[in-house]
Design a protein around this ligand. Sequence first.
Ligand SMILES: Cc1cc2nc3c(=O)[nH]c(=O)nc-3n(C[C@H](O)[C@H](O)[C@H](O)COP(=O)(O)OP(=O)(O)OC[C@H]3O[C@@H](n4cnc5c(N)ncnc54)[C@H](O)[C@@H]3O)c2cc1C
Length: 446
Amino acid sequence: MASGRVFQARRLPAHGVQSGWDALLPARTPTTELDRTISVDVAIIGAGFAGLSAAVRLAELDPKLSIAVIDSDEVGHGASGRNSGFLIDLPHDISSGNFGADAVAKSRDEIFVARTAIQQYARLAEVHGWDNDVFDASGKYSVAMTDGGTEHLEAYSLQLKSLDEPNQLLGRGEIEKVTGTPAFKSGLFTPGAVMVQPTALVRAVAAVFQEPVKLYERTPALSIESFSGGCKVKTPKGEVRAGRVILATNGHAESFGFGRGELLHVFTHASLSEPFDPATLGGLRKWGATPASPMGTTVRRINGPDGDRILIRSRYTYHPTIEASDATIKGAGDLHDRKFADRFPSHRHLKMQYRWGGAMALTRNTVPLFGQVAPGIFAACACNGIGGTKSTAAGIAAAELIVGHQSRLGDIFHAFAKPQTLPPRPFVDVGARLNLAYREWRAGRE
Ligand SMILES: Cc1cc2nc3c(=O)[nH]c(=O)nc-3n(C[C@H](O)[C@H](O)[C@H](O)COP(=O)(O)OP(=O)(O)OC[C@H]3O[C@@H](n4cnc5c(N)ncnc54)[C@H](O)[C@@H]3O)c2cc1C
């Protein structure tokens, strides 16, 4: 075989400290590391939402395909296992003022993409009997801390109604009955979102794989060589020879040279409280609420055998090296403590037991890095912040693309523009940091 083009991984992921979700689960023994040369039909690099869903969809479409999924770390350690666990079915903003036909069509497509992703998990949940501590089709709340937030929720409710999307506005007393705190001025319930324990979810998906689908953890892809007839993925102790490669590495696409100058590496951060006696806080024992402003603070209450806990997710930070420092995690943690005290003054004494951050990849025009990026290599990357649905759907669409399966999802992904080029560094660094700071400032108390 003539030698092909080689894409070296210049950087490997460093996901950072253990997330609270992982810490709450029993320890899991990872699958074996790849230690030899194997040949498969499809190699999938990355076992997050995108990579796992691509494998599931490929196996559905052609159960005979041999598939190797490799990840540099363990399933659940990457962003897909360390997020807030909202699988969101509705766009946050349907229009910005001009609710025209284009905005409606775009929103319907976005909803279709998100629900296709959710349905894949719902099918797995049913077949494999996942309980609602893993996958809970409970819907979610949006909450407002300010009058401006309430106005936003009211406008959003009307937009959803014009799309025939059910939703329910909740006044202060009603949302207090859910959250147990008088801090929120209003809320909006939408029934289609699913709340997951993210680490448990990705572990559960990985557990459904059976021959000829095989997962190799702690197996970083060091390079991908692309030939006319296939690809070779080199790992520290082995090699995967594959007809096709799906690159499901999110921002680390850029580490191989794909999407260079197009991806913004933004982290967000979470803290999970120590357990508390559920009798000390009213409201429901399990709920999730996103902020009225997308740059605001997400809150969840979860329950377990040792009591209930509150999760706070807030703060966006920019890291072109795809790694966040301990100081960044600490700074985000201090903010979480203030956000928590503002929302649950009666429980301000409660300590945060776990704190972590995780990487996301955004594009300027909020489109994925999707499709064939080199002969035999197909990207399902750039989650744009809501990879629970977007990355899952990108993985499904990549699987459909490589086996030639036609679908509405494929049409939507096919129609996406290419990611726009960002300004060169250091301008993009300055711009990204200022933009995040400005948008967080605008979100205010939300
Ligand atoms: C704190 C936090 C809260 C969030 N909350 C939500 C939420 O509630 N809802 C939501 O939809 N989204 C949320 N997100 C975003 C969401 O987690 C991401 O969008 C999503 O996980 C992206 O999935 P992915 O599969 O594209 O990428 P990842 O989950 O990043 O998966 C990529 C995988 O590729 C692997 N990889 C990379 N390079 C290599 C290599 N060279 N070799 C082998 N493997 C490699 C990595 O180890 C990783 O496992 C949140 C994120 C964070 C950090």
